[in-house]
Design a binder for this molecule. Structure first.
Ligand SMILES: Nc1ncnc2c1ncn2[C@@H]1O[C@H](COP(=O)(O)OP(=O)(O)OP(=O)(O)O)[C@@H](O)[C@H]1O
Ligand SMILES: [Mg+2]
Length: 271
């Protein structure tokens, strides 16, 4: 058993963002989390790597209680559990390879970090990762000089530099055009297929989730309302996730989930 979430709940002052979520992940998969805005997708992901602390409930990974880790143990967990964000979170004025090397920060001393000094083998490893993601030619450029899709691949390279066991991605393609979205999703997929890592990815379109994910988790109002494969994600399941109101009532007459997805959310035209 990899992850076991039990009764996982996160309350903010005025809302319950994640509400009594029970989930198990038994083996490495490529998992997509979908749901309307405010459904709790980001909060769930942020609790997994302890950027947000649960209000109640537990997170176990390989039997170890994650939700109670503090200090160095918590930081060690965060480096095993890399996070990729919609807005890349690179240092814009710093060169690409240094941004990637930032992935090693958790295991380096402060002085070396301050002077931006890295062991040669780490620099070679960073360039190998950039090469694998098809962007090594940009290694010496400032991050801000790259396109959005290239920057997101730098962020993925930085995550891989951590040598994580788990990669979490919070809407990694939401700011990208269709072509770059496809390249970034293919890169994430290869981290699962080639490296065997567990990847959990929040996605804002059904179609992308169905195309890339082994398993799709649908959230609504903080709760898990769907957990299955893309094929099992029927029109009625999609309505449970996104709600039957507003724009969905018209689309509900259609039998095609894709029509529904297109109706609610303009889909990326990934070929
Ligand atoms: N730091 C916070 N303080 C207060 N409320 C928050 C905070 N973060 C999230 N929330 C609330 O928790 C709920 C779930 O938010 P969350 O960001 O997890 O949703 P989401 O599914 O990721 O949405 P989106 O698709 O828009 O990214 C929302 O009602 C949101 O307003
Ligand atoms: Mg979110």
């Amino acid at each position: 058993m990899l992850f076991q979430l039990s009764g996982l709940t996160k309350k903010f002052a005025t809302s319950t963002a994640v509400d009594q979520v029970d989930l198990s992940v038994e083996r490495s998969q490529f998992i997509g989390i979908i749901g309307a805005s405010g459904a709790g997708k980001s909060t769930l992901l942020r609790m997994l790597n302890r950027l947000n602390d649960p209000t109640s409930g537990t997170i176990r990974f390989r039997g170890q209680e994650i939700s109670s880790l503090t200090g160095a143990e918590k930081r060690a967990w965060q480096s095993r559990c890399a996070m990729i964000f919609q807005q890349f979170n690179l240092v814009p004025r710093m060169d690409v390879v240094s941004n990637v090397l930032h992935g090693t920060l958790n295991r380096r001393n402060t002085l070396a970090t301050m002077f931006n000094i890295y062991p040669e083998k780490d620099i070679h490893h960073a360039i190998d990762i950039l090469e694998r993601l098809g962007i090594s030619e940009h290694a010496a450029k400032r991050a801000q000089a790259l396109s959005g899709g290239q920057q997101q691949r730098v962020a993925i390279a930085r995550a891989l530099m951590q040598d994580p066991q788990i990669v979490l991605a919070d809407e990694p393609i939401a700011s990208l055009d269709p072509m770059n979205a496809q390249i970034v999703m293919d890169s994430l997929r290869s981290i699962h297929d080639q490296d065997g890592k567990l990847v959990i990815c929040n996605l804002h379109t059904l179609d992308t989730a169905r195309r890339y994910c082994d398993r799709i988790i649908g959230m609504r109002a903080g709760r898990v309302v769907f957990d299955g494969t893309g094929d099992e994600l029927t029109l009625s399941a999609a309505r449970d996730i996104y709600g039957a109101d507003s724009s969905f009532s018209e689309a509900a007459t259609s039998t095609s989930v894709d029509v529904l997805a297109d109706h609610k959310m303009p889909e990326l035209a990934i070929a």
